[in-house]
Design a protein around this ligand. Structure first.
Ligand code: P5A
Length: 449
C-alpha cells in the first residue's frame, strides 16, 4: 500500500475522552471512530488488524475441528422464549419490533439459534460430535461502555457451540477448544492464561476465562507465576487424540478470577514468591452447560440404544474487537503501538526520506515491488512530508520493521532497517534488504509452529 493513496486519518492531538492507552492510540492511529456511545467504525488500518486476528482465529478453530457458518445478527424473540432467557436477559438485550409487530432482538449471543439449527437437522448420535462456529457482530446494551472497543455495545465475537451425546463427549469438546485457545492467543503474541470463571447469564458449571494480564484490565485475577511462561501446544497437536495431559498440565496450577477465588486454596497451593494477584483483560471465555438449552428446546438425538437424549452442549467465545486493544495494552511505548508481526497491519514499511528525489524514488519503488513479490505486507511511505513526520507515523502505527532510505543511502547503496520493538537499527546493502526483511518477518508470523 502506498501511503499517499491510503486512508490513514492520524490525529495529532491526544483525544481527551480516552482514559486508557489502547483507546488513545487506536484513535490517534486512525484505527477506529466512535459513532455513538459504544458503537465504532473500523477505519482501514484498524480493520486490517481485525482481519488478521480473524484469520488466526479461523485457522485455529478449523484445526480443532470446528466448522464455520454464519447466523444473522437479528433473532426472533420466540427462540429465546423457548429457552427462558428472553426475560432473564434484562436491559442488556436490545429488543426490536418489525413492521408486522413481531418481536426481534439483536443477538447478544447465539446458543438458542444454533440449537434451533441443530435440532432441525441432526437426528442420530452417529452425527456427533459436532462443533459449529461463526464470527458475527453482537449487541449488548452495556450500562457503561468504555475504553473504546474494549467494552463496547456492538462488538465482534467468535462463538462456537459443541454438541455431544454425553458429558464425557462434551468434556473432550471443551478440551479441544481449550487447547485451540492457547494456540490462538499465542499466535497473536499474547500471553492469555485460562482461569476458573463464573458462568453468569450463559449458565452451566464449568467455565474458564482467558485472561491477558494488564493494569488497565477490568477483572481482578489470581494465579501461579509459572503459568506465564508455559509452553504452548504445537501445530502438530492431534485434536482427535487425548488432550487430558495438556489440559491437566494447565489447570493443575492455581488460576482464578475474583468471582471464583478461594483465598485459602491460593495461599496453600501457591508459594509466596509465585503468587500473582493482578488485573486482567478477558479476551475469551468457554463454558460447559450440559442440557441447559437442549432440554427446553428439545434438541435430542437417538443414542445407540434407540433412546432419545438431549445433547450436551458447550459454548466458546472470543472477543475479536477486544483483542485489538488488548494487544495494544500489551505492546506499546511512548511513541505508539508495537504490533507483533502476526497481527500487524503491515509487516514492513519503506520510509522514503526524500520523495521527489529521482534516485530515492527509483530505489524505493524497486524495494516496494520486491518486498511485495516476496509476500511481505508492505506500506510504502511515499508522501512528500519530511523525515520526522514519516518516523513518527511509522512508530505510531507500529509497523514491526522499517526500511529507511535517504539520498545518502541511495547513493552509497545502503538502507537502514529499524526494529520497532527493540529500537535496534542495522545498516545493510540495498541488494540484501529484501531477504533480510523476509528472514525477520516469516518466523514471527507463527503460522507454521
Ligand atoms: C460463549 C460464546 C458468551 O457469550 N456464548 C457464546 C458465550 N461468552 S461471553 O463471555 O459473554 O463473551 C465472549 C467474549 O466476548 C467478549 N465480550 C466483549 N467484547 C467487547 N465488548 C463487550 N461488551 C463484550 N462482552 C463480551 C469477551 O472477550 C468475552 O470473553
Amino acid at each position: 500500500m502506498r501511503l499517499s493513496q491510503y486512508f490513514l486519518p492520524v490525529l495529532k492531538e491526544v483525544p481527551k475522552e480516552a482514559e486508557i492507552v489502547s483507546h488513545r492510540m487506536m484513535l490517534r492511529a486512525g484505527m477506529i471512530r466512535q459513532q455513538a456511545a459504544g458503537l465504532y467504525s473500523w477505519l482501514p488500518l484498524g480493520y486490517k488488524v481485525l482481519r488478521k486476528v480473524q484469520d488466526i482465529i479461523e485457522q485455529e478453530q478449523n484445526r480443532a475441528g470446528a466448522i464455520e457458518l454464519l447466523m444473522p445478527t437479528l433473532q426472533p424473540a420466540d427462540l429465546w422464549r423457548e429457552s427462558g432467557r428472553y426475560n432473564d436477559y434484562g436491559k442488556e438485550m436490545l429488543r426490536i419490533e418489525d413492521r408486522h409487530e413481531r418481536d426481534l432482538l439483536y443477538g447478544p449471543t447465539n446458543e438458542e439459534m444454533v440449537t434451533d439449527i441443530f435440532r432441525a437437522y441432526v437426528r442420530s448420535y452417529k452425527e456427533l460430535p459436532l462443533n459449529l462456529y461463526h464470527i458475527q457482530w453482537k449487541f449488548r446494551d452495556e450500562v457503561r461502555p468504555r475504553f473504546g472497543t474494549m467494552r463496547s455495545r456492538e462488538f465482534l465475537m467468535k462463538d462456537a457451540y459443541s454438541f455431544d451425546l454425553d458429558m464425557e463427549g462434551a468434556r473432550k469438546a471443551y478440551q479441544r477448544m481449550f487447547v485451540a485457545y492457547l494456540r490462538t492467543y499465542w499466535r497473536m503474541g499474547l500471553t492469555a492464561i485460562p482461569m476458573k470463571a463464573d458462568t453468569g447469564p450463559i449458565g452451566g458449571d464449568l467455565s474458564h476465562e482467558f485472561i491477558v494480564l494488564a493494569d488497565t484490565g477490568e477483572s481482578a485475577v489470581f494465579c501461579h507465576a509459572d503459568l506465564l511462561d508455559k509452553a504452548i501446544p504445537s501445530i502438530d497437536t492431534n485434536f482427535l487424540g487425548d488432550l487430558d495431559p495438556i489440559v491437566d498440565d494447565w489447570t493443575s496450577l492455581y488460576a482464578s478470577t475474583e468471582e471464583m477465588h478461594d483465598a485459602a486454596e491460593y495461599e496453600r497451593s501457591v508459594p509466596a514468591d509465585k503468587q500473582i494477584s493482578a488485573r486482567g483483560i478477558e479476551v475469551g471465555q468457554i463454558f460447559y452447560f450440559g442440557t441447559k438449552y437442549s432440554e427446553p428446546m428439545k434438541a435430542t438425538v437417538t443414542g445407540a440404544d434407540g433412546k432419545d437424549v438431549a445433547v450436551h452442549m458447550g459454548s466458546y467465545g472470543i472477543g475479536l474487537t477486544r483483542i485489538v486493544p488488548a494487544l495494544i495494552e500489551a505492546f506499546h511505548d511512548d511513541d505508539g503501538i508495537i504490533w507483533p508481526v502476526s497481527v500487524a497491519p503491515f509487516e514492513a514499511a519503506i520510509l522514503n526520506l526524500k520523495s521527489g528525489d529521482a534516485l530515492c524514488d527509483e530505489t524505493c519503488e524497486k524495494l516496494y515491488a520486491e518486498l511485495q513479490a516476496a509476500g511481505i505486507d508492505t506500506l510504502y511511505d511515499d508522501r512528500s512530508d519530511g523525515a520526522g513526520a514519516k518516523f513518527a507515523t511509522a512508530d505510531l502505527i507500529g509497523v514491526p520493521y522499517q526500511v529507511i532510505l535517504g539520498p545518502r543511502g541511495a547513493k552509497s547503496g545502503e538502507v537502514e532497517i529499524k526494529h520497532r520493538r527493540t529500537g535496534e537499527r542495522e545498516t545493510i546493502g540495498i541488494a540484501d534488504a529484501v531477504s533480510r526483511i523476509v528472514g525477520l518477518v516469516v518466523p514471527e508470523r507463527r503460522d507454521t509452529v
